[in-house]
Design a protein around this ligand. Structure first.
Ligand code: ADP
Length: 260
């Protein structure tokens, strides 16, 4: 803002002024804080499995381990290495989402068909947990980035299987209204306590760290869902109650077309 007032200097009228520049740096500071937190979290998440791999491989290399323990150690190393791969894949996925320009082009994506193709990929996990997955609804297209929509639906359905109870079920539904298309994933699982419901979408936030470790989660799945939804102008709603299950609904606005 330019502020100026007339002043008299040596009997002569002049304009004196100053330039006031007001910048709201709140958003910038917040982004910087989030970036620092993310880096700290990533380092922590990488260090835990790496420490474990280093420990087990050191014992194996020392020759001091009992032969009957070797297989168990190798399995632990394999498990931790798989966790690292999943983590690195999710981090790369998130950084791709941050770089919107690098996204593949949009196309008409039928969400029903997309989910139908995801289910066989989750069959082994669902069978081992004795969870039944059902798909209802009908064909409904959204204008979107196919690999992102695939990742979003996969993460939601996978969570619904992972956080279910034995013998539980998952209902995936695709519904088209006049103005919206909704993808709903409902499960009969452990549910999410109300005080955690807002936070589960944050990067690396988990309700129960030990359970998440056992299920092989990275803590990034729902952050990817939220981010991918935002790129499609969609909202994510969650309703859940401990012990009776969770219901995630992604609502797409049919009118939404991303600015070029
Ligand atoms: P993770 O890799 O740990 O599954 P997510 O970002 O996908 O990470 O989910 C974050 C946390 O939210 C999970 O650790 C779990 O505590 C909770 N959560 C996600 N989906 C469900 C669900 N369907 N039922 C119960 N809890 C869930």
């Amino acid at each position: 803002r330019l502020l100026s007032t007339p002043v008299t200097v040596a009997g002569e009228q002049k304009q004196a002024g100053m330039v006031v520049l007001l910048l709201d740096v709140t958003a910038r500071q917040q982004a910087e804080r989030q970036r620092r937190e993310f880096t700290a979290n990533v380092s922590h998440e990488l260090r835990t499995p790496l420490t474990s791999i280093a420990g087990y491989s050191e014992i194996m290399a020392s020759g001091l381990a009992k032969p009957e323990d070797l297989r168990g150690f190798a399995e632990k190393i394999h498990g931790e290495a798989s966790r690292l791969i999943a983590l690195v894949n999710d981090i790369m996925e998130l950084s791709k989402l941050d770089e919107k320009a690098a996204l593949p082009p949009r196309e008409n994506v039928d969400l029903f068909d997309l989910c139908e193709k995801i289910l066989p990929r989750l069959k082994p996990e669902a069978e081992s947990r004795k969870v039944l997955i059902e798909l209802t609804g009908r064909r409904a297209c959204v204008w979107g980035v196919r690999p992102l929509l695939d990742e979003m639906a996969f993460n939601l359905i996978e969570n619904a299987v992972k956080y279910n109870r034995e013998g539980g079920s998952v209902l995936v539904d695709v519904a088209e209204g006049n103005e919206t298309v909704a993808l709903t994933v409902q499960d009969t699982g452990i549910g999410i306590p109300p005080e955690h419901q807002d936070r589960v979408f944050e990067r690396f936030y988990r309700v129960d760290k030990s359970h998440s470790k056992e299920t092989g989660g990275t803590g990034l799945g729902l952050a990817i869902v939220k981010h991918a939804a935002a790129i499609h102008g969609a909202s994510v709603e969650l309703s859940s109650a401990p012990d009776s299950g969770s219901c995630f609904t992604v609502i797409f606005d049919k009118e939404f077309h991303a600015p070029a």
